[in-house]
Every structure is written in C-alpha cells, then in structure tokens.
Design a protein around this ligand. Structure first.
Ligand code: HEM
Length: 148
C-alpha cells in the first residue's frame, strides 16, 4: 500500500536530512572560522542537503493527503484544540515547509554571493535556522526507525 511505503521512506529519510544538514552546517562553520575558500566539497554538501530536504517535502506533501492520522485530525472537529491532532495536521507540516524554504533560500543566496566568506556565512545562518526548526518539529515520540 502506498501509505505504508511512503511513511517508511519518510521515517528513514529524516536521518538523511539530519546528517546531510549537520555536514553542510559543519562545512559552512569551518569555512567561516578558518576563512577557507568555498570549494567543490562545500557546494556538494549544500546540494545534498537541499536534495534530501526537497525529497522529504515531496513525500510529506503526499502523506498529508493520504495519511489516516491527518484525516482523523480533520474529521475530529478539534484539530487545533487537541495537541496530538494539531501536531500531525498543522505544526509538523507548517514548520517543515517553512524550514525547507529557509534552507532553499540560503542555498540560493550562498550560491549567488560574491566571495567565499559570504557564501559560508549565508549558508551557516540559513541552514542553522532551518535545522533548528526541523529538530523542533520531528515527531520524536514515533519510531526512530520503521517498526522500532
Ligand atoms: C525535514 C523535513 C521532515 C522531516 C525530518 C520529517 C520527519 C517525519 C517523521 C520522522 C515522521 C514520523 C514517521 C513515522 O510515523 O514513522 C513524519 C510524519 C509525517 N510527516 Fe514529516 N518530516 C518532514 C517534512 C514533512 C513535510 C514537509 C510534510 C508535509 C508537507 C510532512 C508530512 C508528514 C505527515 C503527514 C506525517 C504523519 C503521517 C502519519 O502519521 O500518518 N513531513 N515526518
């Protein structure tokens, strides 16, 4: 069934987003602190992070329309009153969409920036803000891996 498959992929891909994000942020921080040139590896770390984010966004969007949990939240009539319903149907997706938009803007501005230091600085700021938002609204109470 499509829902079961997508929720498994969405669950696992969270780790891709997190590790790619930590890597890209670490590269940017090192670039700023050590005033390093913006190199191919820096560019690649950003591309990988953005790809994980957009894949997760796409799968999440589909999940939103087919998830029984979201459906239940809408039908309950207390989507905003009940914390569990509000999380799955409102807070998770709203926070993640904004976070990923932040990360994408950071990538674009970093790419366009004139010199290495600004490229690193912009990436560091936007990615860090996006990452904090993501960490804050991952449903950590659910399985850390599918079925676990
Ligand atoms: C970096 C971005 C994201 C991360 C790390 C993330 C992570 C997760 C995790 C770990 C779960 C629990 C999976 C499980 O129950 O096994 C989940 C559920 C869910 N996510 Fe995301 N997510 C992200 C973005 C999004 C976006 C952008 C949307 C929608 C536009 C979305 C929609 C959903 C929905 C609807 C569920 C609940 C499905 C259900 O329980 O039936 N996610 N997400």
């Amino acid at each position: 069934m499509m829902y079961n498959t997508l929720i498994i992929i969405h669950n696992i891909l969270r780790w891709g987003v997190l590790f790619a994000g930590i890597y890209a942020i670490t590269k940017a921080a090192q670039g700023v602190i050590n005033k390093k040139d913006f190199e191919k590896a820096d560019n690649l770390s950003q591309i990988i992070f953005v790809i994980f984010c957009h894949t997760q966004l796409l799968i999440g969007l589909i999940l939103y329309f087919i998830s029984p949990a979201v459906d239940q939240a809408f039908k309950s009539g207390e989507m905003m009153k009940n914390a569990g319903f509000r999380f799955v149907a409102v807070e998770h997706i709203a926070t993640m969409v904004i976070a990923i938009a932040f990360i994408q803007v950071g990538r674009t501005l970093s790419k366009k920036a004139a010199n290495s230091l600004s490229k690193h600085k912009i990436a560091l700021r936007y990615f860090a803000i996006g990452m904090i938002m993501i960490l804050a609204r991952i449903p950590w109470s659910k399985a850390l891996f599918p079925g676990m």
